[in-house]
Design a protein around this ligand. Structure first.
Ligand code: NDP
Length: 280
């Protein structure tokens, strides 16, 4: 298996990203990033709303790896949607991260019909700002997060640059197959958030039995399973031994029949966050 995916603009993206939601700012973020990079991760996922971009940026500076070897993602938050405010939000993220470019910038959640009559226009305006930043070379790739097919269709109809990525919830028992298929059909890479179901799927008996066959933990099974389904997983941990464990997934392969069994699991421990019902 390649250690990276290739995006629709030919940019290479390391195939396991390091999640940082709920990683506290400051030393905690700095140490998490250093530990992750020391253990092989080259891809870091943060967002303005995680309120840890300063600590993540300190970790990037302190990790001992050249900036160009790392792949850094951030996201524009819901209160900053629209053309001008997205441009400003991007500059703030860049400043907080102490970087002069981002590898990937995402619209964190779509504006949606339950909150805005003009939701399509809002998403298009936000996207125009992303396209401007991309065209100016300040971001190597642009994408979206939590967009379902009906959010993507109107965006694609007006976009000059097609999204390279859609970051959605993805773990055993939550495969969002229609959205994943739509993305595959449109050459959009799916990144999986909460690839461990925030820990909720780790006690599942069948997953434990399959993991044991490969002498791996359920967390490692979940991460490898996402990759074998062509989804880029973003496991988060602040615990050094788990950070290491979650990257130790390149030395085994799950059989086609075990992949099929995991794909058939019932709905397991989803977050409940849905773009058409969220209140934020
Ligand atoms: P994960 O599925 O990655 O689970 C993280 C939780 O599992 C933490 O409590 C962590 O604990 C624990 N954990 C991690 N590794 C192990 C292990 N090997 N064994 C046991 N427990 C483990 O959930 P997240 O919700 O954090 O999602 C991952 C990333 O996806 C986020 O950090 C963020 O970057 C992104 N994300 C994006 C969203 C979006 O809207 N675009 C929404 C949600 C997440 P501990 O840290 O204490 O080790």
């Amino acid at each position: 298996m390649e250690p990276y995916f290739t995006l629709n603009n030919n940019v290479k993206i390391p195939s396991v990203g390091f999640g940082t939601w709920q990683t506290p700012d400051g030393d905690a973020a700095l140490n998490a990033i250093k530990t992750a990079v020391q253990n092989g991760y080259r891809h870091i996922d943060t967002a303005a709303i995680y309120a840890n971009e300063k600590g993540v940026g300190m970790g990037i500076k302190a990790c001992g790896i050249e900036r160009k070897e790392l792949f850094v993602t951030s996201k524009v938050w819901n209160t900053e949607r629209g053309y001008e405010s997205t441009l400003k939000a991007f500059e703030k993220s860049l400043k907080d991260l102490q970087l002069d470019y981002l590898d990937l910038y995402l619209i964190h959640w779509p504006a949606a019909a339950h909150q805005f009559d003009n939701w399509q226009q809002i998403n298009s305006d936000t996207w125009r700002a992303m396209e401007k930043l991309y065209t100016e070379g300040k971001i190597r790739a642009i994408g979206v997060s939590n967009f379902l097919e009906h959010h993507l269709e109107p965006l694609l109809a007006k976009a000059k640059v097609s999204p390279a990525v859609n970051q959605i919830e993805y773990h055993p028992g939550c495969m969002q197959q229609n959205c994943v298929q739509f993305c595959a059909d449109h050459n959009i890479l799916v990144q999986g958030w909460s690839p461990l179901g925030r820990g909720k799927v780790l006690d599942h008996k069948m997953l434990q039995e399959i993991a044991q066959k490969y002498h791996k933990t359920v967390a490692q099974l979940c991460i490898r399973w996402a990759l074998q389904n062509d989804v880029l997983p973003l496991p988060k941990s602040s615990t050094p031994h788990r950070i290491r464990e979650n990257f130790d997934i390149f030395d085994f392969e799950i059989s086609a029949s075990d992949i099929a069994s995991i794909n058939q699991l019932e709905d397991l421990g989803r977050s409940g966050l849905h773009p058409d019902t969220i209140e934020f």
